[in-house]
Design a protein around this ligand. Structure first.
Ligand code: ADP
Length: 590
């Protein structure tokens, strides 16, 4: 719990900033979503309103045309014939009209008296001639139909007429009503009043003498091709006239309760987005349904192209800011770790410097005071001073080496030479250091001696670091204090191997120990002094030679470090250390 709290305290500003960014990003995303939804709903409403307006125009035009056509049909019957109640002539007129207007189902004539449709209402149905019956009356060689009386029909027609409102306003009236007491289906009826000539002069519309009427079905009226012509006219409107929707598709159908039948479905007519019928007060084909949809289905698709791309953009922006946040976290944690490593380093380096200095000073004092008169003592103290100075020198060499590498000023001078000889000399030097005391060092060198390009001082320093670690992290018993050094010839490289049987390194630590200033956190490793610089120098030396350093180890079973140097037939040259940017963060990725 305490550890979590410490972590929290350490990163509190970063956590607060991240929370603000995440909340702001989510809020922006939400706003973007809501605004996209709102814009989309508005656009959709506008498009649908546009469709409605368009549909209204078509339905209105259809209505006008239908009534106009009814006027035209009824005017084909001379009104005088109704005034005169001249039935034979009327029958002939209807015969002509029914041939001319095949879209008419049935013609009727209605008579009444005194200008009042309540007085002596009498309706007659026109029956077309039966062409197969030789008894059919003819006029000038043409078969003529008859006008028949039917009390039931007459009454039904009267009721239909009474459903018409404002029977004083216009020339043609329509009704939608059954035409007999047994009729289950209503019919579309058009009425045209016939007036007294005198009252027409007086403009007294109420002085009617009768009506001319006819019925029609939505499927045929006003003419089979009429509705197609109507929508074709609209279809051919220029795109600019139709507005945002682009071209439209139409579908007009007859809805007879349980069945619907398309009268027209223009190209690409998907399911209509908007439907409309005539107004109920129009009394006009209530079963006719007009439908319209954009011909380009995507115009009303949901979610719209706009909403989709706007949301995608929002998501992309959110993703980018979250990635940025992630990178900031990574960079900050690295920086904090580097800062931590540096402060650990300062603590350990002061200890590492102080220990030998204290010894040098103590033995120097002894020699200076003249208390050590015995020649053996003087040699012993001198030897101890030298040993401690060597330790200091090695430490300072590592620091200088690393600082030169860091600044990029270190130049390696690779020269052809005998690698085995350099290794043997270094081991011999190390054997005589106090660190090596108590250790058995075994060396295995290949025959014939291995010749390659390397910088001797760098290889010696790297090997000394490895040997020093091997001795430092070895256990106390004799078997644990053995160090094996070998030079192995591989096909493409020479490998200098240093093996010990000491405390070993856990797998999780193995990839970190080459990082400058890094020291394994285990107590047995921490118990030994150190700065975390040795292996970092080894790695840089390996890289400068075009090689690498690897480790194999099990905790408690010792460690084997291998310095791989490629056997390139390099000309004598000056090489730069491994190229890298400035700063510390670079070490942490390895
Ligand atoms: P240090 O000065 O701490 O020894 P190095 O860079 O030489 O610094 O080593 C880094 C860390 O690697 C050491 O602190 C130690 O934990 C671990 N280490 C190095 N060599 C050995 C080894 N031979 N056996 C066990 N641990 C080792």
């Amino acid at each position: 719990m305490q550890a979590y709290w410490n972590q929290f305290r350490k990163y509190r500003y970063l956590i607060a900033a991240s929370a603000v960014i995440v909340v702001a990003t989510l809020a922006l995303l939400l706003m973007q979503y809501r605004s996209a939804r709102r814009t989309e709903a508005q656009a959709r409403a506008t498009l649908l309103a546009n469709l409605d307006t368009h549909l209204l125009a078509i339905v209105d035009e259809a209505k006008r045309d239908m009534v106009e056509h009814a006027d035209h049909v009824t005017h084909s019957i001379t009104q005088r014939l109704v005034r005169d109640r001249d039935l034979p002539k009327l029958a002939r007129a209807f015969t002509r009209a029914s041939r001319r207007f095949p879209e008419v189902r049935d013609f009727f004539v209605v008579f009444f008296d005194k200008g009042q449709d309540t007085q002596n209402w009498r309706a007659l149905r026109y029956v077309p001639p039966d062409l197969n019956d030789p008894a059919t009356p003819q006029y000038l060689g043409v078969p003529v139909g008859t006008l028949t009386e039917d009390a039931d029909l007459s009454e039904a027609l009267r009721r239909a007429w009474l459903t018409v409102h404002d029977r004083a306003e216009i020339a043609v009236y329509s009704a939608y009503a059954p035409l007999s007491s047994t009729d289950t289906q209503p019919h579309q009826v058009f009425f045209h009043p016939v007036y007294e000539v005198a009252s027409m002069d007086r403009q007294d519309d109420l002085d009617r003498v009768g009506l001319i009427a006819f019925t029609a079905a939505a499927e045929e009226y006003p003419a089979p091709a009429y509705l197609r012509n109507l929508v074709t006219r609209y279809e051919n409107l220029k795109e600019g006239d139709v507005g945002l929707l682009g071209k439209l598709a139409y579908r007009i159908k007859v809805d007879s309760g349980n069945t619907t039948r398309d009268l027209i479905a223009t190209s690409n007519a998907s399911e209509p987005q908007r439907l409309r019928r005539f107004e109920t007060s129009d009394n006009l084909f209530p079963n006719l349904v007009f439908g319209v949809a954009p011909r380009d289905n995507t115009a009303l698709a949901y979610p719209s192209e706009y909403a989709r791309s706007s949301m995608l953009l929002g998501l992309a922006a959110a993703a980018v800011s979250l990635i940025g946040l992630g990178l900031t976290w990574r960079a900050t944690r690295r920086e904090m770790r580097v800062a931590q490593l540096k402060s650990d380093f300062l603590a350990s380096i002061s200890h590492e410097l102080k220990t030998p200095l204290t010894a040098i000073r103590a033995f120097g004092d002894l020699l200076h005071s003249g208390r050590a008169r015995d020649a053996d003592r003087v040699r012993e103290y001198g030897g101890l001073i030298k040993t401690e100075s060597d330790r200091l020198t090695a430490l300072i060499n590592n620091i200088l080496e690393l600082s030169r590498l860091e600044r990029g000023t270190r130049r390696y001078r690779l020269q052809e030479g005998l690698l085995c000889a350099a290794v043997a000399t270094t081991v011999e030097v190390f054997r005589h250091t106090p660190e090596a005391q108590g250790c058995t060092i075994e060396v295995a060198l290949p025959a014939p001696p291995l010749e390659t390009h390397f910088e001797e001082s760098a290889i010696r320093q790297a090997l000394l670091n490895l040997l020093s670690n091997a001795a430092k992290y070895s256990g106390a018993s004799d078997s644990e204090r053995t160090i094996e050094v070998a030079v192995i010839r591989e096909p493409a490289e020479a490998v200098i191997q240093v093996r010990d049987f000491g405390i070993g390194i856990s797998k999780s630590e193995q990839h970190q120990i080459f990082t400058p200033f890094h020291r394994a956190p285990q107590p047995d490793a921490q118990a030994k002094g150190g700065t975390g610089l040795g292996l970092a120098v080894v790695r840089e030396v390996a890289r400068a030679h075009g090689g690498k350093v690897t480790v194999e180890s099990e905790p408690g079973a010792g460690a084997t470090f291998s310095l791989h140097l490629p056997l390139l037939n390099l000309p004598e040259q000056v090489t730069q250390p491994h190229p890298r940017p400035n700063g510390h963060a670079k070490y942490l990725s390895n």
